[in-house]
Write a protein that binds this ligand. Structure first.
Ligand code: GAP
Length: 458
């Protein structure tokens, strides 16, 4: 049943224009996805509200939008060139390539693989006689480390060009701009720098639709503190991350907090917890919260020669700030919100027959359209009113003007894309300047004056 939920959501995404397979007319490109007209609205809403919740509502948060390509020395200093690895294993028979920990998790779900080194992973695969998922044979290479950074070249002639990396996390943009932001924003510790954008990872086994892709969207911030404040600040942001889940409509009871054990911690972290979500394919990381110590600013100070110390004018102290980092998979949030919102209901149709209604019960903040305007019939006088209402509402709300098909079909279509309100224009509208507003979830209809529509939607 749960797998079929995933299939239904993927199919709805394609059918209604949320997400299309990448480069589809060329046969696609595995695990790349393009956001369509509805998807881009919803994705922008997620970011807009995240920015509002974590940046605009707080006096000590500021944002940046850094370049994707950075000086390759950044990735050496950050430790990603040396440590940003997954363990991969190849099948010698069919040449299939797999992530060793994923292979084990799929074959023996109870086993704990986090933090195991390549030797331990190879041993587990051998001892448990795990077969190749593609050809079924048991003839693997040893597991070995595989760096996740994508490499490319800048320069027209390959032999003269310099190797650079597509950013593997957006955090480094915040660290390398720490001094400039501090100098221009006049912030004092504690304060945070936030960003949202693309990250790239050469994942060995991507999959599950938007969940694990090689190019994905992230929202995160680095919160700079004194070392002594780290535990208190960590707890504070964990609470705030849960409030964010409530705010956008992800049920807490479908999430859990999982502590990383010592072996699993990233090279920069002293403590990390994941907020996991119970997906149709198991408990998976949705968000992360890490105490990165002063690892990044210290290394960038050493490697760049730029002094990234913070000077406290009140105490005359000089120190390299420590960092708490809440990180939010943006494309994962998109997928989880769709899984949360997808609902099927049995309802009576106009002929008193029972039919299944598909409704995306998205929070109105997140829904691609806030309202749809539906002229009851294809008549010029109704179309003129529809255009007038569209012109009035569209500067403030994203509005869909839907004119084709029977009114029942149009209601269903809007339910399926999560539009909270449908505004129907009929012949009474021409007489008394009223319209019907239909609620997506209750399907109840009320009659309101056109001049009250803006207030009603707000
Ligand atoms: N700066 C910290 C950092 O990047 P991470 O746990 O490696 O931490 C952050 O990644 C978030 O990005 C994760 O919590 C997850 O939601 C999302 N994420 C990671 N890899 C992803 C992938 N291949 N596809 C989609 N989302 C991914």
């Amino acid at each position: 049943m749960e797998n079929s939920l995933m299939e239904k959501v993927v199919s709805l995404c394609k059918r209604r224009g949320f997400v299309f397979p990448g480069s589809e007319i060329y046969g696609g490109m595995a695990n790349t996805w393009d956001f369509g007209p509805l998807g881009v609205e919803m994705k922008n809403n997620i970011r807009r509200w995240w920015w509002n919740f974590f940046v605009q509502r707080r006096k000590n948060m500021v944002g940046i939008d850094a370049a994707i390509l950075m000086n390759p020395k950044v990735w050496q200093a950050s430790g990603h060139v040396a440590n940003f690895n997954d363990a991969m294993i190849d099948c010698k028979e069919c040449k299939g390539r797999f992530r060793a920990d994923h292979l084990i998790e799929e074959a023996i779900p109870d086993v704990k693989v986090e933090g195991l080194d390549v030797k331990a992973l190879s041993k587990l695969i051998e001892e448990n006689k795990i077969p190749c998922p593609t050809c079924g044979k048991r003839n693997f290479t040893s597991a070995r480390k595989f760096n996740l950074l994508f490499e490319t070249h800048i320069g027209a002639v390959e032999k003269d060009s310099a190797a650079v990396y597509l950013r593997g996390e957006i955090a480094q943009g915040m660290f390398v701009n720490f001094k400039s932001v501090l100098g221009t924003s006049r912030q004092k510790i504690p304060f945070g720098i936030a960003a949202a954008g693309k990250a790239f990872r050469n994942e060995i086994t991507p999959g599950n639709f938007l969940f694990r892709t090689v190019e994905f969207d992230l929202m995160e911030f680095e919160y700079f503190i004194r070392e002594t404040e780290w535990e208190k600040t960590f707890d504070y942001w964990l609470k705030e991350m849960h409030s964010w889940l409530d705010f956008i409509g992800i049920r807490r009871e479908r999430t859990r907090v999982r502590e990383h054990d010592k072996k699993e911690l990233s090279h920069y972290s002293k403590r990390t917890v994941d907020i996991e979500y119970r997906t149709p394919f198991g408990w998976k990381e949705l968000y992360g919260l890490a105490y990165r110590t002063n690892f990044d600013l210290k290394n960038h100070t050493e490697k760049s020669g730029e002094d990234l110390n913070y000077f406290d004018p009140e105490t005359n102290e000089k120190f390299i700030p420590h960092v708490i980092e809440p990180t939010f998979g943006w494309s994962r949030t998109f997928l989880i919100l769709l899984l949360e919102a997808y609902t099927e209901e049995e309802v009576k149709n106009g002929k008193s027959e029972t039919e299944t209604r598909v409704v995306l019960k998205l929070d109105p903040k997140i829904a691609p359209y806030k309202a749809a305007i539906l002229p009851l019939m294809n008549k010029p006088e109704l179309a003129a009113v529809a255009d007038k209402i569209f012109a009035e509402l569209s500067p403030s709300f994203s509005i869909n003007l839907d004119v084709t098909g029977s009114i029942g079909k149009r209601y269903r279509r809007q339910d399926e894309i999560g539009t909270p309100k449908c505004i129907t224009i009929d012949f009474d509208t021409l007489r008394d300047s009223t319209v019907t507003i239909r609620d997506r979830d209750t399907m109840q209809q009320v009659r309101v004056k056109i001049k009250e529509l803006k207030g009603q939607l707000a």
